[in-house]
Design a protein around this ligand. Structure first.
Ligand code: SAM
Length: 258
């Protein structure tokens, strides 16, 4: 199955940043996913191809007009691969996206992403044409394209066969409710810091146990909110307690920088 991303944007050229680079760019080239972008300017009736207008009630900025946006959405909905696809409006007012939702979207066959600009879009488009508003965080960017690309990347890397090593994305932060463990590569010594001995032991079980404990410790220290949804198992609680008792959890790398 080829996953289809439908994107409504007045800047379709921006999307090449996700369709042409890196492992996700390869997924597009290998046709594991494809992009159908639609520009609302192509659905305007005036010579200036106007997609925005002044806000009712006054105030700064412009608002995206409903007619071109709805026509662009309807054009995407005509595509057989997108008839059933949910329509998401990228918005700072939406529910923040998390990995669980990314995985839900990745298990469908397509998604329509609506990118706003200016002060946002006419509220009636949300009422008539949008299934959910989604945010990439509690901050405001100038347009929905970057947030849309973040979702496209996050979804594409979860599609079967996209990452070379299938286990790689299942080990990422959030996938199992834990942050990822620390990673090291050569050289063994760098700027006075060395790689933990266990990682050079060749002892698979000890390495796995160390990584699991590091992941739990980091999650407890940095993102205790994740434990509400994914509580520590009895085994995890036990080896965390062991770690604290023997002082092994006194790891400076546990601290978040910044
Ligand atoms: N006036 C709007 C507000 O405060 O809610 C912000 C408009 S913003 C300048 C323009 C567009 O950028 C929005 O319509 C939305 O598509 C996108 N956008 C901005 N921040 C976003 C975020 N955190 N998550 C998702 N989309 C965002």
């Amino acid at each position: 199955m080829v996953y289809t991303f439908g994107v409504v944007t007045i800047f379709p050229e921006m999307l090449s940043a996700v369709t042409e680079y890196g492992v996700v760019g390869r997924a597009f080239r290998d046709q594991r996913c494809r992009l159908c972008s639609v520009n609302p300017r192509d659905y305007t009736q005036d010579a200036h191809r106007t997609v925005d207008d002044l806000p009712y009630g006054g105030g700064p900025g412009m608002v995206m007009k409903p007619e071109p946006l709805m026509a662009a959405l309807n054009a995407l909905k005509q595509q057989p691969a997108l008839v059933q696809a949910p329509v998401l409006y990228l918005s700072p007012q939406g529910r923040p996206v998390d990995q669980l939702r990314v995985d839900e979207w990745a298990s469908a066959s397509g998604l329509i992403l609506l990118s706003g600009r200016y002060e946002g879009i006419d509220e009636r488009v949300i009422a008539l044409g949008v299934d959910a508003e989604v945010s990439v965080g509690d901050f405001v960017v100038s347009g929905g394209e970057l947030p849309a690309m973040m979702l496209m990347d996050a979804i594409a890397r979860r599609l079967p066969g996209v990452l070379g090593d299938e286990t790689s994305s299942t080990q990422d932060s959030f996938v199992a409710g834990r942050l990822d463990w620390p990673h090291y590569t050569r050289p063994f010594q760098y700027a006075g810091l060395s790689v933990p001995d266990v990682l050079r032991s060749g002892h698979h079980e000890r390495i796995q146990a160390w990584r699991h404990r590091q992941a739990c410790e980091r999650t407890v220290a940095r993102r205790p909110d994740l434990l509400e949804r994914w509580p520590l198992s009895t085994k995890e609680q036990a080896f965390l307690q062991d770690g604290y008792r023997d002082g092994k959890s006194d790891n400076p790398l546990l601290k978040t920088k910044g």
